[in-house]
Unconditional design. Structure first.
Length: 318
């Protein structure tokens, strides 16, 4: 990606922010005039060009520029008199990147490539048949710890996550958009993913679905394909699945996990639910999932800090 604007400080800050994200597939190069940009693209084709609107008249018709998106200083416009999509220039860098990725993903004719990593992406499941166990708090804390060393993506697949209130975002885009894109069979999954990512410190996440009604439209094949594409076309080394029974084929997703953390409680009702869950897994011939399961009675810990540090080391060791 290239960004070109006469505002030198704007270009510097934008490129600096965009290149900071570890899991991004993008390298962003900044230019302050069309001459610099033209010289660079003679030897380095650009997939996406973010160009200040006032420089558009200097833009030659060159295939090296790929998808051109104009940056406008006007937040509201009448019908644009240009063939190029337009993004408001003075919004936050994450918003600009998300909108640019969305434009590009809709037009891209091919995948950006296959991710080469030293080892296969690991999936960690967090699931409990017992309610009110601190499941999500643990999953997030573990994700943040692992993200200090490895590129980590957190996916909340709970019936009611509360994320829209806990972590409000400026746009309403959620995991639903990525799943819809996937169902359309479009090839640029990696770029669409880039446009949906949010961050909690070093931990990346995608805002979850809003309601159980949305989950009804997503079949087990969609979830499995999502995991396959994350492994093939993203740079994430670890994906954490914060699971619930509302997900179609949730037990098959647990089967994909290297480890399943199951928060438990010691009261009789919680124990009965756990026994019923374990019996169900055996009936489904998923004893291997139970063998890879680590039960955690989180209420017995004085905070999660020491626990997630110990568990984080396990996933960060070479």
């Amino acid at each position: 990606m290239a960004v070109c604007s006469g505002e030198r400080e704007y270009v510097r800050r934008f490129a600096e922010f965009a290149n900071r994200r570890q899991a991004s597939m993008l390298a962003v190069h900044g230019f302050t005039d069309s001459g610099e940009l033209s010289a660079y693209t003679k030897e380095h084709p650009v997939d996406i060009l973010l160009l200040s609107e006032e420089l558009a008249c200097d833009l030659p018709k060159k295939k090296e520029y790929g998808t051109v998106i104009l940056l406008s200083g006007e937040e509201y416009q009448a019908v644009p008199q240009t063939e190029y999509p337009i993004i408001y220039k003075y919004q936050s860098c994450p918003q600009i990147l998300r909108q640019a990725m969305d434009f590009y993903a809709e037009q891209a004719a091919a995948v950006p490539g296959v991710v080469l990593r030293r080892e296969k992406m690991k999936c960690i499941g967090v699931y409990s048949p017992v309610g009110r166990t601190g499941q999500t708090g643990f999953a997030l804390a573990l994700g943040k710890e692992i993200a200090k060393k490895k590129r980590t993506l957190y996916l909340n697949l709970e019936e009611y996550s509360g994320f829209s209130e806990l972590y409000p975002t400026e746009e309403g885009w959620t995991l639903s958009e990525l799943l819809y894109f996937l169902k359309q069979g479009k090839p640029a999954f990696g770029w669409k993913l880039e446009g949906l990512i949010r961050s909690l410190g070093e931990l990346d996440y995608i805002p979850p679905l809003h309601s159980p009604v949305e989950y009804e439209q997503v079949k087990r094949e969609d979830w499995k394909e999502l995991l396959e594409l994350l492994g093939r076309e993203s740079r994430y080394e670890v994906v954490i699945l914060d699971l619930s029974g509302v997900v179609d084929g949730w037990y098959e997703l647990l089967e994909e996990c290297s480890c399943v953390y199951t928060p438990v409680e010691k009261d009789e009702t919680a124990k009965a639910k756990l026994r019923q869950y374990e019996e169900t897994m055996k009936l489904l011939e998923l004893e291997e999932v139970l063998e890879r399961t680590q039960k955690l009675e989180l209420s017995t810990y004085d905070g999660l800090e020491l626990l997630v540090k110990d568990e984080g080391k396990r996933w960060c060791e070479p």
